[in-house]
Ligand binder design. Structure first.
Ligand code: SAM
Length: 233
């Protein structure tokens, strides 16, 4: 599948600066052993400039998530379809979904800085200012037609058990879409190596069915990503 390019600048110098700054942010935010509090602090600092990496085509996970939702939910169903964007960040995805006819879009996002940027978009009708998988969760069970997580399952981010929460908040028959960095699925990775086995465990228990596992190029910095689509049973 061709990835949309949202480049707006031809200025090589600015682009190189953005790449360097992004690599520094990534090294800090995805450090092995990083605490959830440090992750949230890092996104607070990153919030006002984060979206540039989507606009400049460096980070493509939310674009892939968007394409997948549009592929799975036909235009005539979008108005009535409820969506929870988990680890919603700056709300880039919700803004695109709104343009495509979705109106019931909720966000779960622990970083206050990210939520501030998201709120300015004016498209999310409810915010859950909390972390998923690290404690009690106020999102009601059996509520959403589509639950999406783009780039939010990682070290210090949503723990592997957060998968169970995605299932809990989705309606029976609803879709759960998860976009992750391919290299993070290696069994040797201390955190994400457990992610795919847990997905399979849930499938073994009959909790959901894997509809698709699609590898795509250029999740970030031209590294492959995986788009998982599940249907809750
Ligand atoms: C790489 S950003 C992705 C943002 C957005 N989904 C996107 O693709 O543009 C990861 C987001 O996950 C959020 N996050 C971190 N830990 C989380 C948790 N336990 N539950 C929910 N979100 C979390 C961060 O605050 C951050 O906004």
């Amino acid at each position: 599948m061709k990835i949309m390019s949202l480049r707006t600048s031809n200025n090589d110098h600015t682009e190189n600066d953005l790449m360097t700054a992004t690599k520094i942010k990534i090294a800090k935010t995805f450090k092995i052993g990083i605490s959830p509090n440090a992750v949230v602090g890092s996104y607070n600092d990153w919030s006002t400039s984060f979206e540039e990496i989507i606009k400049q085509g460096i980070y493509n996970a939310p674009i892939i998530a968007l394409q997948e939702v549009l592929r799975r939910v036909p235009p005539e169903s979008r108005l009535a379809t409820s969506v929870l964007d988990v680890g919603a960040g700056t709300g880039w995805l919700g803004t695109c979904l709104h343009k495509e006819g979705f109106r019931k879009i909720h966000a779960l996002e622990p970083s206050e800085g990210m939520r501030r940027v998201l709120r300015e978009k004016g498209v999310y009708t409810k915010e859950f200012p909390e972390s998923l998988g690290t404690g009690p969760c106020s999102v009601p069970s059996n509520t959403y037609d589509v639950v999406i997580s783009s780039g939010s399952f990682d070290e210090g981010h949503i723990p592997v058990t957060g998968l169970d929460e995605l299932v809990r908040v989705a309606k029976k028959g609803g879709l759960v879409l998860i976009v992750v960095l391919m290299m993070k699925l290696k069994p040797t990775e201390p955190y994400t190596g457990k992610l795919e086995p847990h997905m399979e465990e849930l499938e073994g228990k009959g909790v959901w069915i894997k509809v698709e596992r699609r590898v795509f190029p250029n999740f970030i910095f031209e590294k492959e990503g995986v788009m998982f689509t599940f249907r809750v049973t």
